[in-house]
Design a protein around this ligand. Structure first.
Ligand SMILES: [Zn+2]
Length: 478
């Protein structure tokens, strides 16, 4: 089914290699996609309430004090558990890597008890439009003036937070909060948070920043972060990765806002690229710190789900490097001096440059897969038909057309490389629209689809059976 979709998207032939067409179309092999969904859903079991049927089947550690089912993993010895295979065992093993805990029915997430519903006038967000430089400049200027004016207010505390997620697996995510009162830094907090996604780590830093600010006695908090989505998650007690941190923030702010009606908190977004001075200081503080993770450090839900997605993507990449998958004639190309590798994000790597025209997309697919109506194709499937190039070359091949053929003079040196730059290859196909197309050297109208080489005798077999039936019928009539 996926093969049909890939052929429909790219315009490839019915005989073209599935792997190559899938890679160009940005469709991950279905078994990898299912594997990703299965792993990601196994982590979701941790978000179920304790009275859910699945919880009664899990081992002691993850059953949330639910009464055990007679077939529960709790009754299996370690030796037996090692021998059993199945989805419940997979879920139990997956949950052992998770550090998050979830409360589906916490009092803060009940309808009518949401922090944002109770104190809508006391909590404000100031997003920054990062796509527009002028608007960003105005936003940072406003933040500057707010930060300066807050220095005269002794009841106001400014909190600047940041977090770093190391690329090295043996290190933990680190989060920092610097607290200012009257332009003077009065406190700071730094903590490790195990293996966490960047949004989770930013959420942790916001939680410790708010907790510290409230402990310092103030009526107004200005929290400055470079990740406003994390700030919005911090006041959202519904189920999500690091929900426990959000519930703590909701409890802290709820108690604090209840003490005085004048209390308020403002979340300001600041792009880290603008190197706003107090934020740059936090950023430098955090990047100079690295904390090693002890063995068996837990990870957040978001981190584990991202990891499963990345693992499936890496499996696809390693499969792509096998010629058997992508096809023997697949033309490897480069972008910014790196090989194009398949991905399903943002329409894949090949399609975005050719989405202006379906015929260009089909032409690009034929050129890359080396499955086009050229001499090399005729030599393989129609050996009696001419296979030489219109320029007089003995055999019209993909390499000849791209590198040497004088019939297609508009080319750049990058197309002539063994691994051409992809954008130049597309440019070449745009400037030479007759290449790799049916009308190239064919006087006959093009066939709708290429013949299937694996079933050459199908027609003969069919005609043989038909003739047999016909002769049987005529025998009967006689
Ligand atoms: Zn030629």
């Amino acid at each position: 089914m996926q093969r049909h979709a890939a052929i429909w998207i790219t315009g490839a032939f019915r005989t073209s290699p599935s792997g190559g067409a899938e890679s160009i179309a940005g469709l991950i092999p279905i078994h990898l996609h299912l594997c990703k969904l299965a792993i990601r859903s196994s982590y979701q079991v941790s978000t179920l309430p304790s009275n859910h049927a699945l919880q009664s089947l899990l081992s002691d550690k993850f059953s949330l004090n639910s009464s055990p089912h007679p077939q529960s993993l709790r009754f299996l010895t370690l030796a037996k558990k090692a021998k059993v295979k199945g989805p419940i065992i997979d879920v139990d093993n997956s949950l052992s890597h998770l550090s998050d805990s979830f409360s589906p029915f916490s009092s803060e997430s009940k309808p009518g008890s949401h922090l944002m519903d109770i104190y809508p006038d006391s909590i404000h967000f100031h997003p920054c439009n990062r796509l527009d430089k002028h608007k960003t400049y105005k936003h940072v200027s406003s933040l500057n003036s707010v930060f300066s004016s807050s220095s005269s207010n002794r009841n106001c505390i400014s909190v600047v937070t940041d977090a770093s997620v190391p690329l090295v697996g043996s290190l933990q995510a680190v989060l920092v909060a610097h607290l200012y009162r009257g332009r003077r830094q009065v406190s700071h907090a730094k903590q490790a948070s195990g293996q966490a996604s960047s949004t989770d780590a930013e959420l942790y830093s916001i939680r410790i920043g708010i907790a510290k600010a409230i402990s310092l006695q103030c009526d107004h908090i200005i929290l400055i972060t470079d990740c406003l989505p994390a700030a919005k998650l911090a006041v959202d007690p519904s189920i999500h990765s690091s929900q426990s941190q959000s519930i703590q923030v909701c409890q802290l702010l709820s108690n604090w806002l209840a003490t005085k009606p004048s209390c308020s908190i403002n979340f300001w977004d600041v792009p880290s690229k603008w190197h706003w001075k107090p934020h740059l200081k936090v950023h430098n503080d955090i990047t100079s710190t690295s904390i090693h993770a002890p063995s068996h450090t837990g990870a957040t839900l978001d981190f584990l789900q991202h990891k499963s997605t990345n693992d499936c993507q890496k499996s696809w990449e390693s499969t792509f490097w096998k010629k058997k998958y992508r096809g023997n004639g697949f033309l490897l190309s480069k972008k910014n001096h790196k090989f194009l590798i398949p991905t399903y994000i943002k329409g894949g790597m090949w399609l975005p440059l050719t989405n202006e025209s379906p015929s260009l997309c089909a032409c690009m697919t034929w050129a890359i897969l080396n499955h086009a109506l050229i001499g090399a194709y005729r030599e393989r499937f129609f050996p009696l038909k001419p296979k030489s190039c219109g320029c007089g070359h003995r055999l019209e091949t993909q390499h000849h057309i791209l590198c040497y053929c004088p019939l297609h003079p508009i080319r750049t040196q990058w197309v002539q490389c063994a691994f051409p730059q992809y954008e130049f290859l597309v440019e070449f196909l745009k400037k030479n629209p007759a290449t790799f197309t049916f009308t190239n050297h064919d006087t006959h109208p093009p066939p709708l689809q290429a013949p299937v080489p694996a079933k050459p005798n199908e027609g003969e077999l069919y005609s043989f059976i038909s003739s047999l039936l016909f002769s049987l019928e005529s025998d009967l009539y006689v």
